[in-house]
Design a protein around this ligand. Structure first.
Ligand SMILES: O=C[C@H](O)[C@H](O)[C@H](O)COP(=O)(O)O
Length: 231
């Protein structure tokens, strides 16, 4: 069911793509539905160029026959369409469940607009039930972990930090980094936490997306709803 909702939201977003657009293309199971829907439009004659946010998305988009470029070649994009792990009423997001948060954030920030696509299970009143991914440099992992824990304490947060994949076989991102998943439960002040996390030298990026999403297409039993940031 949830996968059908993801597809519905993705297909709605694909209708917003206009000829000539330079598109950021997200990562994850919902974004994959978008890539397939976009592929169908491209095969029907739509001329667009996409910048993928992961190697996984690049491979699928190529297989779908979508024309691709790098962000070096196209540093300014019209629109990014991507999934999310959590969406709050201000359209602040948690992203990175699939490990692509760094490229996703760089691409979204280089876009004039970002549309989020999701099934309704991603809508939350308060972020934090989904573990917050924090991308870190492998160098000095122990020191960075301690600094992140201290940052949580200063923010009044408690929770376990888990190295994704485990110490034996850590998950490695497309950028060659590791991910610490922070099980926080509740993030009351996402802006303050985001600000404090990026100030830690070993932290490359985190999965909090603030002020990037213009709207979300959220699908459920009632169809697709357009969610805009609460004022
Ligand atoms: O790193 C992955 C991304 O941020 C995904 O967009 C996010 O995890 C949502 O994925 P899905 O659409 O598979 O739920």
């Amino acid at each position: 069911m949830s996968d059908d909702f993801k597809r519905l939201a993705a297909e709605r977003a694909a209708e917003d793509v206009k000829p000539g657009m330079k598109l950021g293309i997200g990562t994850g199971s919902t974004a994959e539905h978008f890539v397939r829907a976009l592929g169908a439009r491209v095969r029907a004659g739509l001329d667009v160029v996409g910048v993928p946010t992961s190697e996984r998305t690049r491979e699928l988009a190529e297989a779908e026959g979508i024309k691709l470029a790098t962000l070096e070649e196209l540093p300014e994009l019209d629109l990014t369409i991507d999934g999310a792990d959590e969406i709050d009423p201000a359209l602040t997001l948690v992203k990175g469940g699939g490990g692509a948060l760094l490229r996703e954030k760089i691409v979204a920030a280089a876009s004039l607009s970002m549309i989020v696509i999701a099934d309704e299970s991603k809508l939350v009143e308060c972020l934090g039930a989904f573990p917050l991914p924090i991308e870190v440099n492998p160098f000095g992992l122990g020191a960075t972990t301690k600094a992140v824990e201290a940052c949580f304490a200063r923010n009044g947060l408690q929770g376990k930090l888990v190295l994704r994949g485990g110490a034996e076989h850590p998950f490695v991102t497309d950028g060659g980094h590791y991910i610490l998943d922070a099980h926080l439960g509740r993030i009351a002040d996402a802006a303050r936490l985001a600000h404090d996390l990026v100030a830690i030298p070993g932290v490359v990026e985190h999965g909090l997306f603030l002020g990037l999403a213009a709207k979300a297409y959220v699908a459920g039993k009632q169809g697709v709803t357009v969610v805009e940031p609460a004022k």
